[in-house]
Ligand binder design. Structure first.
Ligand code: 4AD
Ligand code: MG
Length: 462
């Protein structure tokens, strides 16, 4: 396989010719030489290619080389006289593969705003910032698999199209096979969904958890990692309509084991990215979020804080005058409260547990008080909720009762209830929002900038 530029940059000077392929980021001319920075996305800084103008067989090529064009350069790796890099390529052999007209190329040499770059999502990965985000995202994806594979979890692929609503929040996108020009309606004029999706109603999944649980009841420890969809009309910096979620599920596991795994998992991810993406992380520290590396390093070395929901409300209600939404027992925690708990009360990540059952999903295990459930949210400074999870209700009668209270149709969940009929066991799991993770690690303010093509209520053309 051909070498990437990141590998060439680590070479000792050598006479042997090597090949560098990539896109020109910058071009600087002096009298006898022309300097190019050629980048192939393998690292932040490209390879400096120095063209000896006098030795070129055809000097007209120099006019063809512009920012954004694609090139193949061949030559030896030599020590660099400039202070910015240890080595560079000396060449007289440059081929322009695809030219790039300067006047219409949307990426100019100047620094562009992040909002402008969002409008050209098909080109933004060619910038330093979005190249770094893509590499960090890639490293984190791989680390997710490594962590679970090394701890004996099996990777399970759960469906994208399904009939049940895991979170019960009614935030599902409908998948339809209906002929939109000829929608079947009942006598009241309502759409007849019985004819939808080849004869039944179907949705895009909001979570792989319920199906994940069925495999945990056979393989003990599993995880999913796939796209999930939420039709909530949230125009915030931390919500997307389509996001990736990592969902481990563990049989013979209670809330305590679940919290332990969540903390170890996050710390592993932070540590990996600090070690393997040091150059990109230094870039984020410099240009995006000052001190982000130190913050992550401190988190890796310190135990997370723990609060019950009731304790969290006690703390928060002392400061109700400072909140847009004052809290009392029973309130759902908003982003401002999550920030307060992590940044002011605990000054580190905190795991909040035992929420009122009314504000959590039907599947969470009921505590003996009959009022709270064994749910947990992991909150981090600056961002708020990064993980949501729980111990699951494993008792058939209690689960059925709760589902009836919430008006869920038990017939739709017969297969899920079977898990409690046949060899039930305490089990627990959680969901990590993958984009929230990338957002947190990079310090990028808006979640739309950490996924290649963000899907949010105001959809772009891509
Ligand atoms: O808290 P949530 O809704 O939990 C679940 O879906 C459970 N079924 C997970 C489980 O126990 N297996 O979502 C989990 C995480 C959140 O903590 C958040 O990080 C992320 O998913 N998330 C979103 N990320 C981006 N955009 C959205 N609209 C999100 N909604 C949730
Ligand atoms: Mg949640």
């Amino acid at each position: 396989m051909k070498e990437r530029i990141s590998t060439l940059l680590k070479r000792e000077p050598q006479a042997e010719f090597v090949v560098a392929e990539g896109w020109v980021r910058t071009k600087r001319d002096s009298k006898n030489v022309c300097f190019l920075e050629v980048n192939d996305g393998s690292c932040l800084k490209g390879l400096q290619v120095v063209i000896d103008k006098e030795q070129l067989s055809d000097a007209s090529i120099l006019n063809e080389i512009t920012t954004g064009c694609s090139v193949i350069c061949k030559g030896p790796i030599v020590s660099s006289a400039g202070g910015n890099q240890a080595v560079e390529m000396a060449t007289t052999d440059v081929q322009v593969v695809g030219p790039c007209p300067v006047d219409t190329y949307p990426l100019q040499k100047k620094r562009h705003s992040i909002e402008y770059l969002r409008e050209i999502a098909h080109l933004r990965a060619r910038t330093n910032l979005f190249g770094a985000v893509a590499r960090v995202r890639n490293t984190l994806s791989y680390a997710v698999h490594t962590f679970f594979q090394e701890h004996g979890f099996s990777y399970v692929n759960t469906p994208i199209i399904g009939a049940s609503d895991c979170e019960g929040a009614g935030e599902q996108f409908l998948v339809t096979t209906l002929d939109l020009d000829n929608i079947p309606r009942n006598e009241q004029g309502q759409i007849d969904y019985s004819k939808d999706f080849f004869g039944r109603q179907a949705f895009l999944t909001v979570s792989g958890q319920l199906e994940g649980e069925t495999y945990a009841m056979a393989l003990k420890n599993i995880y999913t990692f796939g796209p999930t969809f939420r039709a909530e009309n949230s125009n915030t910096k931390r919500h997307l309509s389509e996001f990736w979620m990592v969902e481990p599920e563990m049989a013979f596991c209670t809330l305590e084991g679940n919290m332990e795994v969540a903390e170890a998992f996050l710390k592993y991810l932070f540590k990996t990215v600090l070690e393997e993406c040091a150059e990109d992380m230094a870039f984020f520290s410099k240009f995006v979020q000052s001190g982000v590396q130190e913050t992550l390093k401190a988190i890796v070395e310190t135990p997370f804080a723990h609060l019950t929901y009731t304790e969290a409300i006690e703390e928060l209600s002392k400061h109700n005058d400072t909140f847009e939404f004052p809290v009392s027992w029973g309130s759902d925690l908003q982003s401002e409260h999550e920030k307060f708990l992590t940044e002011v009360v605990c000054k580190r990540p905190v795991i909040v547990t035992d929420y009122p059952k009314e504000i959590k999903a039907f599947y969470m295990k009921l505590n003996e008080d009959g009022k709270t459930v064994r749910g947990m949210d992991v909150l981090v400074p600056r961002l708020g909720e990064i993980i949501g999870g729980s111990e699951r209700e494993s008792d058939l009668a209690t689960l059925t009762k709760r589902m009836e209270e919430l008006g869920l149709n038990l017939d739709d969940y017969w297969w899920y209830l079977d898990l409690r009929r046949f060899g039930t066991v305490p089990h627990a799991g959680f969901g990590l929002g993958f984009e929230r993770l990338v957002q947190y690690v990079t310090g990028i303010a808006n979640i739309r900038d950490v996924i290649p093509y963000p899907r949010a209520p105001k959809l772009a053309d891509f």
